[in-house]
Design a protein around this ligand. Structure first.
Ligand code: SAH
Length: 358
């Protein structure tokens, strides 16, 4: 076997592993698979395997992600990993340890084509899709890191770099692996989308009832067109209808993400329009409010916390459930919308003008 024939460790399917273990006793397949997925072990550490087999697997099944940097914040409770992929592009993963849970935020693409102006990943543009194995491996590597602090990963959110619905086949294969093999329940897996309506509809028809988060940020088309360009293609009415359908079929709460941008989407009229949209879903959608995090290409500041709280109170008065999310890892650029994998983000003069003109 040459290096070029090798598939990476978490790309390999169970059937593929069966072929690789051809000639070995049948129970080896279960042993190796459990070693990789339940114990999150390196082949060399699966000590119930013969030594020669461990060495062969370690060589034939290399990892896909090369760790370039690991940064730590929040007294060790937030860890950001910077990985280099085959071909040289880079992505990031964030591990967040809370008192009652440990969440891994994974990337689904290197870069993103959705071009939301306020998001560092969007500012950097699209490079390529991640493979199933590259997504699964992010969870495994972060879970190994968590295990070093005696913690178990309980939640996975597709809220890192990229638009999961633009890479849904691989994202879904990874989700099935995270659910069926790593063993997380579907209710602890969240797929976040900028609002790709056909993707939401496809996901509705897929078997696992994972949580759906929609990055809404604006509740009327005029404002949303300017913040989230894909809204021109999939306007709010269609988006909310797809969410209502998802909720009805899956019986899972749908949440709306709302990055609060000072003077842009934090006015009383925004709260009213948003509450109205939430009421169109039954049960009502849950709103997550996050003050906008600073990014190089978007000069507007986030809403001050006192005003964020006021906005939340107003939403609640209007019958919508809302939570103000605590920001993790802003000092290491690990917070929502800050993942750029070390890339310098430069904007073309026209783009900069269109942003500052608003
Ligand atoms: N593409 C998917 C997955 C990314 S999730 C999606 O759009 O849902 C990352 C979340 O952070 C999204 O809700 C995104 O809109 C939000 N975000 C992007 N830039 C941000 C910023 N500067 N401050 C706060 N949130 C931001």
């Amino acid at each position: 076997m040459t290096a070029a024939d090798r598939t990476t460790r978490y790309e390999l399917t169970r059937e593929g592993l069966g072929e690789l273990l051809d000639g070995e006793p049948r129970y080896r397949l279960d042993q190796v698979w459990a070693g990789l997925y339940e114990r999150l072990a390196d082949p060399a550490e699966v000590t119930n395997l013969p030594k020669a087999l461990r060495a062969r697997l370690a060589y034939e099944l290399p990892l896909a992600l090369e760790l370039v940097d690991e940064s730590v914040s929040d007294a060790g409770d937030t860890v950001k990993f910077l990985w280099e992929l085959d071909g040289g592009s880079r992505v990031e993963t964030v591990l967040m340890l809370y008192r009652d849970r440990a969440t891994v935020c994974v990337s689904s693409q290197a870069g993103c084509a959705m071009a939301c102006g306020f998001c560092a990943t969007g500012q950097a543009g699209f490079t390529r899709h991640l493979s199933t194995g590259e997504i699964v491996e992010q969870v495994v590597r972060a879970a190994r890191r968590a295990a070093a602090s005696d913690r178990r990963v309980s939640n996975v959110v597709f809220m890192g770099m990229g638009e999961p619905m633009a890479n849904l086949d691989r994202v879904w294969a990874a989700t099935e692996r995270i659910h069926g093999d790593i063993g997380l329940s579907a209710r602890h897996i969240t797929i976040s989308t900028v609002g790709i309506v056909p993707g939401i509809r496809r996901m509705r028809d897929l078997p696992l009832p994972v949580n759906l988060a929609v990055s809404l940020h604006a509740a009327n088309d005029e404002l949303r067109d300017s913040l989230v360009p894909i809204n021109v293609r999939y306007p709010i009415d269609d988006l909310v209808e797809a969410c209502a359908d998802y909720l009805e079929v899956k019986n899972r709460r749908v949440s709306f993400e709302w990055a609060m941008i000072d003077g842009v989407n934090d006015r009383p009229c925004d709260a009213e329009e948003l509450a109205e949209l939430c009421r169109r879903l039954r049960p009502s959608a849950h709103v997550n409010l996050i003050p906008l995090n600073p990014t190089p290409g978007y000069p507007t500041r986030g809403t001050p916390l006192a005003d964020v709280n006021r906005f939340r109170d107003r939403l609640e008065e209007l019958g919508a459930n809302a939570t103000v999310r605590r920001n993790r890892g802003t000092d290491i650029d690990a917070a929502c919308g800050q993942l750029a994998a070390g890339r310098e983000v430069t904007l073309s003069p026209t783009r900069r003008r269109s942003i500052t003109a608003r």
